[in-house]
Design a protein around this ligand. Structure first.
Ligand SMILES: Nc1ncnc2c1ncn2[C@@H]1O[C@H](COP(=O)(O)OP(=O)(O)OP(=O)(O)O)[C@@H](O)[C@H]1O
Ligand SMILES: O=P(O)(O)O[C@@H]1[C@H](O)[C@H](O)[C@@H](OP(=O)(O)O)[C@H](OP(=O)(O)O)[C@H]1O
Length: 330
């Protein structure tokens, strides 16, 4: 067992909110101007009224700091100047004064997408300091974790017809075994009409880049960390379709949100930019664009110092890569 070492001082990248609180449409009292983040696909529903991750009006998200040692550990991770920044959500320093609740203020990785398709892939969920009880509890949740190396924690996938999202939670992920994990991942890339093969290959490239970072480092071990993957599900970017995007208002009327209400301003700007050279308007451009997907590492409440490679994390990445590559071969 290792002793956790808090990396650096507790500082920065915390939003310290003592500001006015507003009531959301659901009546929840939230931080000033914030709304529940409708693109959260996994993770704790903690924070004020168990809302979970919040979306700030400025387009960032606020993740409430967990109780020590998890929260401070995650905050300190973000304050490190690692050559890993390109694979992390951007964070900003914002301090609004004294308050009880502390928040990590992070780039919303889904923000630039009109119909973000989102998947959260988790790794082993106990760290070296976990009690025997927690260790056993976590293993019992997904005994195949050691063998498969990752767990599908949640996903939200846009379906073209009918115009809606389908979601799967971690219980779906836990139902996937060695023989079905590929089908589970395939669902993330299927829009009801076709497999988004190019999104698969772009995501593979990004994961390969993360793997290269892990192959070059021996300082840190990541436990209970996640990979967040996003690609554009909008039909305007698939096979040259020029369908008019659904009006955000129309989307709200349907049971399952069609696009994030939080992103409705982007839907509008997307529409108004149809006559301009919006990057998502042209299928060919978009599909060749390396930036058409996002793969970011998130959730760093259990990052521990080390002096050897994180073999377990790399094992999960390699298995994930080979499963995605298999999807492309089929
Ligand atoms: N930077 C981000 N951009 C967009 N969505 C995010 C971002 N960070 C987190 N999320 C969303 O919030 C969810 C939970 O995030 P995260 O894993 O950091 O929370 P957590 O409560 O610490 O999770 P856990 O309970 O697994 O420890 C993710 O699955 C994702 O949907
Ligand atoms: O997804 P589930 O089934 O809700 O399981 C939780 C999840 O694995 C969290 O990652 C873990 O918190 P940490 O990673 O922060 O330890 C939490 O532990 P906890 O119950 O000890 O809080 C688990 O209960």
């Amino acid at each position: 067992m290792r002793t956790p070492v808090l990396i650096g001082k507790l500082r920065a990248y915390v939003t310290n909110h003592s500001v006015t609180r507003n009531a959301s449409r659901s009546g929840q009292v939230l931080l000033d101007g914030c709304v529940p983040f409708s693109h959260q696909v996994a993770g704790h529903k903690c924070g004020i009224n168990n809302t979970g991750v919040l979306q700030h009006p400025d387009g960032t998200i606020l993740k409430q700091l967990q109780a020590p040692p998890r929260g401070p550990r995650e905050m300190n991770f973000y304050t490190r100047l690692l050559d890993l920044q390109q694979h992390l959500p951007k964070y900003t320093l914002k301090n609004k004064g004294a308050s009880k609740e502390l928040y990590l203020k992070l780039e919303d990785v889904t923000r630039r997408f009109l119909r973000p398709c989102i998947m959260d892939i988790g790794k082993r969920s106990y760290d070296p300091l976990a009690s025997q009880e927690k260790h056993e509890e976590q293993i019992s949740k997904y005994p195949l974790m050691e063998e498969i190396g990752f767990l599908l924690l949640g996903m939200r996938v846009y379906q073209i017809d009918p115009d809606r999202y389908i979601t799967h939670d971690q219980f779906y992920g836990r139902s996937l075994g060695k023989d079905s994990i590929k089908n589970g991942l395939t669902r993330f890339f299927h829009n009801g009409q076709e497999l988004r093969r190019h999104a698969v290959s772009l995501i593979i490239s990004k994961i390969q880049s993360i793997l290269r970072w892990f192959e070059s480092q021996t300082q840190l071990h990541f436990y209970a960390s996640s990979l967040l993957m996003v690609y554009e599900g909008s039909p305007h970017t698939v096979n040259g379709s020029k369908h008019k995007p659904a009006e955000p208002g129309t989307e709200h009327q349907q049971g399952e949100p069609q696009s994030n209400s939080n992103n409705s301003h982007e839907a509008l700007s997307f529409q108004s930019s149809l006559t301009h050279s919006h990057p998502y308007c042209h299928n060919v451009q978009h599909e060749r664009n390396e930036e058409a997907v996002e793969v970011k590492m998130i959730d760093f409440a259990h990052v521990f110092p080390s002096d050897n490679p994180d073999e377990s994390y790399m094992y999960g990445l390699r298995n994930l890569l080979s499963t995605l590559e298999q999807i492309l071969k089929d």
